[in-house]
Every structure is written in structure tokens, then in C-alpha cells.
Design a protein around this ligand. Structure first.
Ligand code: GAL
Length: 417
């Protein structure tokens, strides 16, 4: 047992209400999609903390960035009447499962540990159904990040990080002229949609993003601003290498590390990959928000499914308590690339990218530019997201015009609502 896991065990037990039975024999089966280097390292923190209390952990990884394969597997398990104990699941998906009566709550752990006092209200609301916590948040990821290889940028004479999409295009053109692939990208629907939503924020601003990708306002979806967003996405398509199709996101991150491409636009789980490979932010790689003003939010959480039997129920409570303990939130997020969901965890030991994320999150909360990620299931029902991802991917992989894309996006929203 490492010092950290001992500490975690002690911390978690100390958090349990007085007189609660020993929880050492809890059992969990955890379904997740954290299989890349950085992701697996972060999840390992939770597993070892749970096992340090003599809990029994069964790992059920379903590979596939963004979690679409995991969500398909989850549905099959629930339909078969055999749900996992805890599932990495987030956003409106939590409410959708709760409405179907598929979840257990962990409210008494939340009450004893005063979760309401230490979580941003916007996150707390997402975790609750009918006023009770049915999920526990582990982190706050930022989606609108641009990761850069400083050597390649220098080589091409890109001396300033672009803060507008026009400046990004100018930098990309310089890189191309120097024989460098500007953008490392993996052609999978959720990755295409990640580019798309960052572009929508940058081109249209936060209010426009919200009208179009959260409220699904028809006028916003059909607007010239949305046409301009697709125009910019088309530009980005021209900056990727010929082998982008189907590539996993962490392999795109590796291209930036190895000097095969200058930028990757991806959430800060990419930072987990850089860190797992021993790279240092500010030296080996750069982190800059994508052009625009705002913060695209993606928070991971574990949701507790309807299992029965004392060991499983105990497992859910111990896991909930561990997830929300400050020490775990620190250790996990240092590895994952995100920042803690709890607002009271000091960030002194976090790197410059995490510090920037935290500052920008506070600013965005204050000035109303914090928006939930559509690509990462924080914004709209799964059915709408599915339609949007299909369309964005088709656009990215064809010569569809921006006007056609806009018409089809608006039609898809109307159909899915
Ligand atoms: C996101 C998830 C992150 C990250 C990524 C790639 O949807 O929230 O934690 O791991 O997928 O798998």
C-alpha cells in the first residue's frame, strides 16, 4: 500500500458517519472508457484507494475515446438486468437514466460530507435527481484547448499564439509552407464535433453557442454565423494530414509530442497524455485556449446504478465518499489533466495549464461565458447529440457546402426535439 492510498483509506473512513458499519468489504464493478495512458493512470488512483480499504474492484473498460462505445455497452447491460455498480457517465445522461428508475442515490453520504457546500451549483445540479445525489463528480475538464509543439512553431516562425481564427489560419498556412502538418486530428465523430464546438464558440461567442448548441434555437442554427463556423471547420479540414481518418485522439496527441504536427485541438485530457509521457508544460508543449472568449465545460462523474445486496451498496457509498475526498480529487486531477470538481482543493501543486483553466473558469462563470460541451454530452439529449455528430462528421469528410450543413443541422435539431 502506498502512503497515498493509506492516507486515502484513512480519509474516507474518517468521513463516514459515526456508528456506520465497517465498509471494508464493499464491492464495485466500474464501467468506464479511460484506457489511454493518462486516463488509466488517473483511474488507477481511484482503484488503489478503493482497494486500500479492502474493497473489491472489478474493472470494466470499454475502449473508445469520448465514450460512445461505453454507452452502448451500458445500455445492453441495463437491458439485460445486470447493470454495473458505477459508471463513468455525465451531463443530461445522468438525468435520462434516473428518469428510467435505473439509479441508486448516495444522498446520505452527500449530506454527511456536505457536498452542496463544496461543489459549484451548476455541477451539483447535474449530479442530482429529485433533489438527491445519484452521481459524484471527479473533475472539470476544459474542451477549448489548443496544444502546441513549441519547436515546430518556432521553426515555422509562428511567434504568437493565435487568438482569432483568422490568425490561426495564418499560422497554419505558415506551418504548411514550412512542410509541417498544422493540425493533428483523429477523424472520429466525437473528435470532429470537438473541433466544431470550439469553432462555434470562437466564431459566434458564448451567447450564440448557447442559443445554437444548448437551446437549439432555429434562427441561431440557420444563421450566417453558423455558416461562418462551418466555413472555419472546412479550413481546419485542410490542415490535417491525409491519415487522420479513424485515428484515436491520444495518437493525435502523440503526433504533437513527436514533432509530426504543430497543434492539436482537444480537451485537457490530452494534457494527461503529455504528462504521462514525462513532458513538461511550457517547455515541451504549450497550452493555449482556442481562439474565442469563454470556457467549454466537460465534467466527468461516476453514476450509481440500481444494484442490490449489501457489498454492492456499501461499495457505492465508499466509492462516492472516496471520489469526493479532497486528497483523491487532487491526485486524480494531477494525472487526468483536469482540475478538481471540489472548489476547496488548493491548486498550488498544479501546473500552469490547470491554473489557467481555473482562472478562466472563474472569469467565464462571472461574465456568463461558461458553456456546456455538446460533443461531450453536457448540453443536449443523446438523440440530438447523435444527429449533430453524424452531420458534422459527414461535413468534415465530404464537400458539403456550409449552407447545406446549416440547413441539415437545423432540420436535425427539429427532428430530434
Ligand atoms: C471525454 C471524457 C474525458 C476524456 C475523453 C477521451 O468525453 O470526459 O474524461 O477521457 O472523453 O476519452
Amino acid at each position: 500500500m502506498t502512503n497515498f492510498t493509506k492516507l486515502m483509506a484513512a480519509g474516507a473512513v474518517a468521513c463516514l458517519p459515526l456508528g456506520s458499519p465497517a465498509l471494508a468489504d464493499g464491492t464495485v464493478e466500474v464501467l468506464h472508457w479511460w484506457t489511454s495512458g493518462g486516463e488509466a493512470k488517473a483511474l488507477g488512483e481511484l482503484k488503489s484507494a478503493f482497494e486500500a480499504q479492502d474493497g473489491t474492484w472489478t474493472d470494466s473498460p470499454i475502449a473508445g475515446g469520448g465514450g460512445d462505445a461505453a454507452m452502448t455497452a451500458l445500455r445492453a447491460r441495463v437491458v439485460a438486468g445486470n447493470p454495473p455498480t458505477a459508471v463513468q457517465l455525465k451531463g443530461p445522461g445522468i438525468q435520462e437514466w434516473a428518469e428510467q428508475g435505473a439509479l441508486n442515490d448516495v444522498q446520505h453520504v452527500a449530506t454527511d460530507e456536505h457536498w452542496d457546500d463544496v461543489l459549484p451549483p451548476v455541477l451539483a445540479e447535474i449530479m442530482k435527481y429529485d433533489g438527491k445525489y445519484v452521481a459524484a463528480p471527479v473533475n472539470i475538464h476544459r474542451v477549448d484547448w489548443m496544444w502546441g509543439n513549441p519547436d515546430l512553431l518556432e521553426q515555422a516562425g509562428v511567434t504568437q499564439m493565435p487568438t482569432t481564427w483568422d490568425a490561426f489560419n495564418a499560422a497554419a498556412d505558415k506551418l504548411m509552407a514550412a512542410g509541417i502538418t498544422p493540425l493533428a486530428h483523429g477523424g472520429q465523430p466525437w473528435q470532429d464535433a470537438t473541433l466544431f464546438e470550439d469553432v462555434v464558440l470562437g466564431v459566434g461567442g458564448a451567447d450564440f453557442y448557447r442559443s445554437a448548441l444548448v437551446d437549439l434555437d432555429a434562427a441561431a442554427l440557420r444563421s450566417d454565423t453558423m455558416v461562418a463556423s462551418f466555413d472555419q471547420l472546412r479550413k481546419l479540414r485542410g490542415y490535417v494530414d491525409p491519415n487522420f481518418s479513424g485515428r484515436d485522439w491520444n495518437l493525435a496527441t502523440a503526433m504533437v509530442m513527436r514533432g509530426e504536427a504543430a497543434f492539436q485541438i482537444m480537451g485537457d485530457w490530452a494534457k494527461g497524455e503529455f504528462l504521462a509521457a514525462g513532458k513538461v508544460p511550457g517547455e515541451d508543449f504549450t497550452c493555449t485556449p482556442t481562439p474565442g472568449n469563454g470556457f467549454v465545460l466537460n465534467a466527468d462523474s461516476f453514476t450509481f446504478f440500481k444494484v442490490s445486496g449489501e457489498p454492492n451498496l456499501r461499495g457505492q457509498q465508499v466509492l462516492a465518499s472516496l471520489i469526493m475526498s479532497p486528497d483523491f480529487q487532487k491526485a486524480f486531477n494531477l494525472a487526468k489533466g483536469s482540475i478538481p470538481a471540489r472548489t476547496d482543493v488548493p491548486l498550488d501543486d498544479f501546473d500552469i495549464c490547470a491554473q489557467r483553466s481555473h482562472e478562466d473558469l472563474l472569469k467565464a462563470t462571472e461574465n456568463g461565458t461558461l458553456v456546456p460541451s455538446m460533443a461531450h454530452e453536457m448540453a443536449v439529449p443523446r438523440s440530438v447529440r447523435g444527429e449533430f455528430l453524424d452531420l458534422v462528421t459527414e461535413f468534415f469528410n465530404s464537400d458539403m457546402s456550409s449552407q447545406d450543413a446549416v440547413n441539415r443541422l437545423a432540420d436535425a435539431a427539429a427532428r430530434a426535439m
